[in-house]
Design a binder for this molecule. Structure first.
Ligand code: ZN
Length: 284
């Protein structure tokens, strides 16, 4: 198991915003105390890395802070943090492909970011950047993305829709931000979940969805790991328990596939513990 993180991504934030520096800083502390070694990613994501999925105009807009989204502020230095976060995703992907499961403990998250837009605390779509790099690298013919964040991975869907060699499955609460993902489209399967869904019902929906992804015979399993499905998360109303995350990690590990996971959402004070539980299962 390898974990990629960089303390510099805790360097931006706004008072009262749920996507706060503690998410990475305190999780890193906890994982280190538990004996995990945290590694820096290779190098910040370059323009060619990001241009695999984003438009040039989008890169410019993030660099200049000239975008407008009420949830997704133009923090000073956000371009650098977003590139480091994307680099963590690519490093985790490379480790996974080399046979060592990996996790990218970074922020900002990415799954709401589209080819030409920031959204929902996301600037660059880390997952799409990493998976597209894997496919373009030629070692991977078929990749699957499992998005277990409580919000629909609308950015990932919009980028990956119709793309050969990719299947996407997102499980998410409906109704909830961003309001999409009620129906499946082409290579993107959506599994809407009612508010207050607990572990048993969640797993009952997840297992067939995962089987469906495996039937595609992927060479790579990529997990958008959000922890805002937790019962005490302030942004949503699902009811997963601490121990559920170890089971989710284990289900991914049981596929036996080369795999990596990225931190997406998760805003409760217990986030560090939830991540640790997930990784216990994911690495096994
Ligand atoms: Zn989320």
């Amino acid at each position: 198991m390898r974990i990629f993180s960089d303390p510099s991504v805790a360097g931006y934030g706004a008072p009262g915003h749920p996507e706060a520096p503690f998410r990475v800083a305190r999780s890193a502390q906890r994982l280190k105390a538990a004996g995990h070694k945290l590694e820096l990613p290779d190098i910040p994501a370059s323009d060619p890395d990001l241009l695999r999925v984003h438009l040039e105009s989008h890169l410019q807009s993030v660099r200049q802070g000239s975008f407008a989204d009420p949830d997704t502020a133009a923090h000073p230095g956000i371009d650098k943090s977003a590139r480091v976060s994307a680099a963590g995703a690519m490093s985790a992907m490379r480790s996974g492909l080399a046979g060592v499961p990996a996790f990218s403990l970074m922020r900002p998250p990415g799954h709401h970011a589209g080819a030409a837009r920031v959204a929902g605390f996301c600037y660059y779509n880390n997952m799409a950047v990493a998976v597209t790099a894997a496919l373009d690298g030629g070692k991977v013919k078929r990749a699957v993305i499992l998005d277990i964040d409580v919000h629909h991975g609308d950015g990932t869907e919009s980028i990956m829709l119709g793309r050969e060699g990719v299947r996407v499955c997102s499980l998410h609460q409906v109704p909830l931000y961003p309001g999409t993902g009620q129906e499946s489209r082409d290579n993107c399967r959506n599994v809407p979940l009612a508010p207050f869904t607990g572990e048993d019902d969640y797993l009952r929906k997840l297992e067939p969805a995962l089987e469906d992804l495996l039937a595609f015979k992927p060479d790579l399993l990529a997990v958008s790991a959000g922890f805002d499905t937790y019962k005490d998360d302030p942004l949503a109303q699902l009811k997963l328990d601490k121990k559920t995350y170890r089971r989710l990690g284990r289900l991914c590990a049981d596929t036996g596939l080369p795999r990596f996971a990225l931190l997406e959402g998760g805003y409760s004070e217990d986030l560090p513990l939830l991540i640790e539980e997930f990784l216990e299962g994911f690495a096994s």
